[in-house]
Write a new protein. Structure first.
Length: 315
């Protein structure tokens, strides 16, 4: 009996140990991290600024796409300096030339504004006790001339593309925990928005002096200040310049018009007051006198013929 119990206990212990090992294996696979590998040029991926504005719905989803309008048919004028990630180290990305200023004074909000990375980043998992090897730490961000430092780091989230995003502003969630405190309103100047960040945990360190680290990408006209006026509206400077040009052009035109009109009026005056001069009148009177004399001579001749006929008949 003791032998049977001993064998049974041994089997149960082996089963428990086997189940424990299987469970540990499942847990490990659930949080297994994919470590990025560089391409032939030593580049792991790109990083840049991604954003979307609520109500306007202008957006830039990631480094592989330009900034676009709501319908995705027109590029939104703005300029970006993305970076090629070549290993562990510090990097800087920025965007400029676009703002969310509204003349009505309404506050617009960021659906999101964040750091987009073409890296397979994993988020930490407290329940699983998982701490990722590859980490991205946002050192600071400057928006509208104000620099914010981070008390708590944003958690990597899936983006609309294949990369990950660390959201700095997020109108659909909580704003980042920063000093000074940050809200989710959109920026209101075209000044550069700058993000400084550090990457650790990659297999290699950053290639110092890498010629192609910064990648400039220009969308539309590069800056909304270069866009043509909307609906025929013009800036005050443009209106002033056009008014001055118009005045300068009109002054000579008016002078020329006055110069042209003066002779015309002078020439028209004699035409309106033209009368026959004395010589014309004398010629006309002379002509009439000759006509009368001619008629009288003809009448005398006729009378003479009649008298001659009467005398002849009497003889």
């Amino acid at each position: 009996m003791k032998s049977i119990l001993k064998k049974t206990a041994s089997v149960l212990c082996a089963t428990v140990m086997s189940l424990s090992m299987m469970t540990a294996g499942i847990s490990a696979s659930a949080v297994e991290e994919e470590i990025p590998q560089p391409d032939e040029n030593g580049i792991y991926g790109q990083a840049g600024i991604s954003w979307m504005i609520m109500d306007w719905w202008d957006y830039r989803r990631g480094t592989s796409e330009p900034a676009m309008d709501e319908m995705g048919t027109m590029e939104i004028s703005s300029t970006y300096h993305d970076v090629n990630i070549t290993g562990n180290g510090s990097y800087t990305v920025d965007m400029s030339g676009y703002d969310c200023k509204d003349v009505s004074g309404a506050d617009y909000y960021c659906g999101y504004l964040g750091l987009y990375l073409e890296l397979p980043l994993e988020a930490p998992d407290e329940e699983e006790g998982f701490e990722p090897t590859v980490k991205v730490n946002i050192d600071d961000v400057t928006i509208d001339g104000v620099t914010y430092t981070f008390i708590e780091q944003p958690i990597p989230e899936d983006s609309e593309l294949d990369g990950k995003m660390l959201k700095i502003k997020n109108a659909y969630g909580e704003p980042a925990v920063t000093e000074p405190p940050m809200d989710n309103t959109a920026w209101t100047t075209t000044d550069p928005i700058t993000i400084n960040f550090t990457i650790t945990g990659l297999p290699t360190d950053k290639i110092e002096g890498f010629a192609d680290e910064t990648v400039e990408k220009i969308c539309g006209n590069g800056d909304i200040a270069n866009d043509p006026p909307i609906g025929g509206e013009e800036s005050e400077a443009e209106e002033t310049e056009e008014a001055e040009t118009s005045d300068a052009e009109e002054a000579p035109a008016e002078t020329e018009a006055a110069a042209e009109e003066a002779p015309a009026e002078t020439e028209a005056a004699p035409a309106e007051e033209s009368k026959p001069d004395d010589s014309s009148k004398a010629d006309e009177e002379k002509s009439n006198t000759g006509l009368i004399v001619g008629i009288a001579a003809a009448a005398v001749a006729v009378i003479g013929v009649v008298i001659a006929l009467v005398v002849k008949k009497k003889k």
